[in-house]
Design a protein around this ligand. Sequence first.
Ligand SMILES: *Cc1c(COP(=O)(O)O)cnc(C)c1O
Length: 365
Amino acid sequence: MAEPAAARLTVDLDALAYNHAVLCAEAASAEVAPVLKSDGYGLGAGPVARRLWAEGARSFFVARLAEGEALRAALAPARPATIYVLDGMTDGAAPRLDAAGLTPVLCSLQQIAAAATHAADIGRPLPVALNIDTGMCRQGLTPDETRAVVLAIDRLRGLDVRLVMSHLGSAAEIGNPRNVSQLSRFLEVRSLFPKARASLAASAGLFLGADYRFDLVRPGISLFGGGPLEQPDARLRAVATLTAPILDIRNLRPGDILGYGESVRVDAATRVAVVVAGYTDGVIRAAKGAGYAWFAGARRRLLIVNMDILVIEIGDAEADVGQPVELLGANAQLDDLAAAGGTVAHEILVRLSRRAERIYLGKAQ
Ligand SMILES: *Cc1c(COP(=O)(O)O)cnc(C)c1O
């Protein structure tokens, strides 16, 4: 294959399948339900979902209604699956949820009321999930609201509660007491719904042990190779690889000031490569300094990241114009780039641009 003249994003569906198998083994008897919000963490919900379906996944989560509709279209008609929409029963969503066969994750008393009204309108039980806030204070019914709803039988009339779920706020920190507190609140609430399945864990929670797994786990980032503990995890493979070719090689002299402003002053002779990628392509600007790229078998410090160009230090490595530099992948690790930029792997992935040429490796189905 000829080296591309610009940034290239490779999405390795075989690596995705590999990670899925690792997570299934960890999940033991719990179902692994991939979370494919934000277009499958920026990597293409369609091909990602089709491959995961081929690997056995039958339940998926998205955030927005429109993401659910797009996912249904990408799977239909040959691949039946339950698709949960985390935004739930938003205003005017009911007919679209019905049309696409999506299951709303109800997260407030108002949504429960809207769903019950809709169930009465259509005259049949409406499958729903319930999101319970067990201590993340972001989304979901409080345990008290949940108890009140269950006691007032008519408020759930017409609703077929299939899944009761909650989300952990500190699961990446094993031993954080917040995990135990959320778990015990979840156990209380789920006992109110003996017939529903239960789900508490995302990527990080899945690795907190059997107590946290319940019937269904909801990994997102770990499917794509992000470490569940927000650091590189050798059990998982990189799914996204971003490479870009060298545009020029330059020698900087002591006293030179590199790029905009004066943040990079050169104090010793330095050989650098100018690379055809920038923050447009998803290499976040904040990663300069602490972040690195991978070239000629070693980590190379990111000196500056501009919109379309970045500069790395290459020392005395053999280098030629046109050679590819790995900006993200098996060697330039996702979690390291996130840490260098003061963010999480999730944000790095969803910011990978549409500008980079995109290639899928491995079968989508
Ligand atoms: C995003 C999300 C997940 C997946 O989280 P990861 O950290 O990517 O595994 C699971 N559950 C809910 C409710 C989410 O919003």
